[in-house]
Design a protein around this ligand. Sequence first.
Ligand code: ASP
Length: 322
Amino acid sequence: MKHILALHTGGTISMTATDTGAVVPSDVNPLLDLSAHLDGIDVISEEVFNLPSPHVTPTQMLTLSRRIRAAESEGIDGVVVTHGTDTLEETAYFLDLTLDPTIPVVVTGAMRSSNEIGSDGRYNFLSAIRTAASDGARGKGCLVVMNDEVHTARFVTKTHTTNVATFRTPTFGPIGLVTKDGAHFFQELINQQACPVDTVTDNVFLLKAFAGMDGTLFDALPATTHGLVIEALGAGNLPPATLPALGRLLARGVPVVLVSRCFNGVAEDFYDYEGGGVTLKKMGVIFCQGLNGQKARIKLIVGLSGGKRGAALATYVNNAVS
Ligand code: ASP
């Protein structure tokens, strides 16, 4: 019999709706009794914390990563993490970057709370358990299972505020499906090297570029800033009025990482005009390919927390699969 460790962290999947329709944290997590329904899979449940996911920080992500690392030596065959969907992709990617698990690690959540009509919590939890218990889930990094689809933590993102089909993988698509008879995989993932961390670097910020942006927000970043990610325009360009402040930030030694604010595609340096990607790269901006802004920030935090600096940090952050 497979032993799956379910680590609960809160989110809508563990919440209930009141008579007025407000969604609130439950006194007792409604998923805790689900193990009785699972034929052939032993589910061991633990509540690591109970937070709406906008309350989750990289420190809690590290707590979770440590717990999963310990589970590997406890005879556990797979881990399921339940989590609020708002920051689920960030926690899942943090786990993906910091762990090199020999067992499957699957993160799931829900868009409708436990007592709402059409609640997807128990269903997603069950799908995640089946995926974590499947041999095909090994060696694919941290996975996200929602709404019958298996996504990589590396590329999945929340795309809709309320729809149950909110989790999508732009550009690349899901790598598998959960059907009535279990998880099926249709794509392989290029492996990456884990970067284990003991602490998490704070003050790594994320800014989104917009038409007419100037240097105000760059100059407003505190002296304690350890890193910045910019969601740039199109293929990877910025308005020219941002450049002086950006230059000041780089001169202070703050690593600046650039991704595109576009939903699909990757950031590249091929426009050679003032503020174009070619200028930005020459200034020392690190281009990160294939990640969205919130995930590039997690990668920058993990790289910095793992002691990477300068060229080593740039190489680590540059490529989504390194
Ligand atoms: N606001 C909720 C959370 O992230 C949303 C959810 O779980 O679906 O905690």
